[in-house]
Structures are given as structure tokens and as C-alpha cells.
Design a protein around this ligand. Structure first.
Ligand code: 2AM
Length: 176
């Protein structure tokens, strides 16, 4: 199965992001817009791997305490258009430890430098004469209280992401 580790976003943040997507669509941007339910922040992309329990075990070994992330501005890698996550030492330190734990457990993952972003549009295209529309969106913050192991499946309707496990800073009894 195809796996990745991610921070899932709350409803408020996802609807803010969906509004930004609509704004861009209405200004003539086309492409593959991430569906609202699929919006997330990837921490490590594992890819094809048959043993999710081993991944969860590695995730459980990394200390986690809730922290905040800030969504600030936008950026692009080629035709991938995304919402930027502000500088965040807590997040970077967590991802470093998480990736070290994966490596120590022999779990493969994409070793590209961690550039925290939330993909809004893949294969974005726009009228070159008009340029990419400027977007002004206020910074937004979200409390991160868990990290999820996600499975990605390709369906007729597009990608389907399913949470198959999680680690949380909360105690068992607080989760209920
Ligand atoms: P992206 O949004 O920048 O494409 C599921 O595919 C998630 O894993 C996406 O958030 C994707 O990031 C991320 N990802 C990171 N490295 C990847 C890779 N090598 N192949 C596919 N997805 C990758």
C-alpha cells in the first residue's frame, strides 16, 4: 500500500483553503484542485510499503506534544501551487526525529528536504498574459494535536486518503 505521514487539517482551515481555491478558479486558474477532504500537510512520504504496523511503531517512538502551525502566504514548485507553512522549529525538530525513526526502522521514505506546504493545485495553469492572480489571505493558525499515518488509493473519482493510524499528544482517556 501507498503510505505517507501527515498532519490532517481541521474543518475551519480546510474551508478557508477551499475559498482560496474558488477565488483562483473564478480568476481563470485551472488544474487539479485538491479536494477539500484531501487537504493535508505531508511530513514524510513513504510510498509503497507493506507493513503499516511497523510505521506506527516507529511513530509511537517519537515524542510528540501538541503545537501550533501557521499558514502564511503561498508558493509554487513548478506548476504545483501551495499554501506556505511559516518557519516552525517545533515542527522541523519533530519531522527530523520522525524521519530518523523511520530510517532506523528500515522504512523507506522520500529524503527530499522537508518544505512544509499544503498543495492546493497540481498542474496549475493560467492565462500567461494576465499572470497568476494575486491572493491575499490572512495568516491562519491551527493547533496540531496528532499526526496521522495515511493510506493513498487511486479511485475513479481521484485520490482517496484514509487515516489508518495516529499518534497523539493526548492521553488515552482524553481521546475518548
Ligand atoms: P505534494 O502535495 O507536494 O505532491 C501524498 O502523495 C502526499 O505525499 C502529497 O502531499 C505529496 O506532496 C506528498 N509527497 C511527498 N513526496 C512525494 C513523492 N515522492 N511522491 C508522491 N507524493 C509525495
Amino acid at each position: 500500500m501507498r503510505l505517507f505521514i501527515a498532519i490532517r487539517l481541521n474543518d475551519e482551515i480546510r474551508s478557508e483553503l477551499a475559498e482560496i481555491q474558488s477565488f483562483l478558479r473564478n480568476r481563470g486558474v485551472s488544474g487539479n484542485f485538491t479536494k477539500l477532504e484531501n487537504l493535508h500537510l505531508t511530513l514524510a512520504f513513504i510510498g509503497e510499503y507493506a507493513d503499516p504496523e511497523n510505521v506506527l511503531e516507529a511513530m509511537r517512538g517519537v515524542p510528540f506534544a501538541p503545537f501550533s502551525i501557521w499558514l502564511k502566504g503561498f508558493g509554487s514548485f513548478g506548476d504545483l501551487y501551495w499554501r506556505r507553512i511559516g518557519e516552525n522549529e517545533t515542527l522541523s525538530a519533530y519531522v527530523k526525529r520522525l524521519r530518523r525513526a523511520l530510517a532506523e526502522s528500515g522504512i523507506p521514505f522520500d529524503r527530499k528536504k522537508f518544505s512544509p506546504h499544503i498543495t492546493l493545485i497540481r498542474r496549475a495553469s493560467f492565462d500567461k498574459n494576465r499572470g497568476f492572480p494575486g491572493v491575499s489571505a490572512p495568516d491562519a493558525s491551527m493547533e496540531v494535536d496528532r499526526v496521522s499515518l495515511m493510506r493513498s488509493d487511486r479511485a475513479k473519482s481521484g485520490m482517496v486518503y484514509t487515516e489508518i493510524g495516529q499518534v497523539s499528544g493526548l492521553k488515552e482517556e482524553e481521546l475518548r
